[in-house]
Design a protein around this ligand. Structure first.
Ligand SMILES: *[C@@H]1O[C@H](CO)[C@@H](O)[C@H](O)[C@H]1NC(C)=O
Ligand SMILES: *[C@@H]1O[C@H](CO)[C@@H](O)[C@H](O)[C@H]1NC(C)=O
Length: 246
């Protein structure tokens, strides 16, 4: 198992070439204004990218395994290789990792990033709602995941934001994933579809009916679905404690 980055794959029009599938769907620019792109300098000095999402003007939610020595958040981006006038680059003042995060099992893979200054809300930058503690997302629901990660196991990361629609699976579909715990994680993506998860955008949201229910956490090395997401509704008490303590 390894940290995942991006989700891709789609329904193919007949006759489409493989290269065209692997790219997934590029979103309409700035139509997901809560999306954050994270530039991370890891402890060893290596660079890494993750996804995240804005939950208040001063806090971004992401996966705990995206932690590092320093993080800069880019809000309002579509093509992260471009200097877009909509972009706001803000340094992270504090990384608040869940106290029970375990880097080998990836249980409790959730982190809040306190920004050095509040984001300006604009048409390209906005917050997303979180679920209530009792809002336990059910199997069969269709949700969306987005990110700038790789578009295939052997592909490079994407300049532009892409997204994929994924089905919430019964917990049995993830029973062979190591350490899977359905009370604090969500099993996402049907094994019978060609929609899959790849390296590149851990920390991005799983959005169901406009609410962020999950955080991209881990997937299989070959990127075959299902993938494992952190279940946000199970962490609402901790989240409120952190947000109030600012
Ligand atoms: C993103 O921007 C870069 C720099 O301008 C450009 O070279 C690249 O083609 C753009 N990517 C896409 C997918 O439009
Ligand atoms: C990716 O690259 C590896 C190593 O080169 C290869 O074994 C594997 O079949 C490739 N996977 C795909 C889907 O192309």
């Amino acid at each position: 198992m390894q940290a995942l980055l991006f989700l891709m794959g789609l329904l193919l029009p007949p006759g489409a070439r493989a290269e065209e599938i692997i790219g997934g769907v590029e979103v309409k620019p700035h139509s997901r204004p809560y999306m954050a792109n994270l530039k991370i300098i890891k402890e060893e000095g290596l660079k890494k990218r993750c996804g995240g999402f804005l939950i208040t003007r001063q806090f971004v939610m992401t996966a705990a395994h995206c932690r590092g020595r320093a993080i800069t958040v880019i809000l309002g981006a579509h093509n992260v290789s471009k200097r877009e006038s909509t972009q706001q680059k803000i340094k992270v003042e504090k990384q608040i990792i869940h106290p029970k995060f375990d880097s080998s099992s990836k249980l409790n893979d959730i982190m809040l990033l306190k920004l050095q200054k509040k984001a300006q809300l604009t048409p390209a930058v906005d917050v997303i709602s979180l679920p209530s503690p009792s809002d336990f997302i059910k199997p069969g629901k269709m949700c969306w995941a987005a990110g700038w990660g790789r578009t295939g196991v052997n592909e490079s990361t994407s300049d532009t934001l892409r997204e994929v629609e994924l089905r919430i699976m019964d917990k049995n579909a993830c029973k062979d994933r190591s350490y899977y715990d359905n009370s604090i994680q969500v099993c996402v993506g049907s094994p019978t579809t060609f929609k899959s998860v790849c390296k590149g955008d851990s920390g991005g949201p799983l959005v169901c009916a406009g609410v962020a229910h999950g955080i991209v956490s881990k997937g299989a090395k070959d990127a075959k679905p299902p993938a494992v997401f952190t279940r946000i509704s199970s962490y609402m008490r901790w989240i409120y404690t952190v947000l109030k303590g600012k």
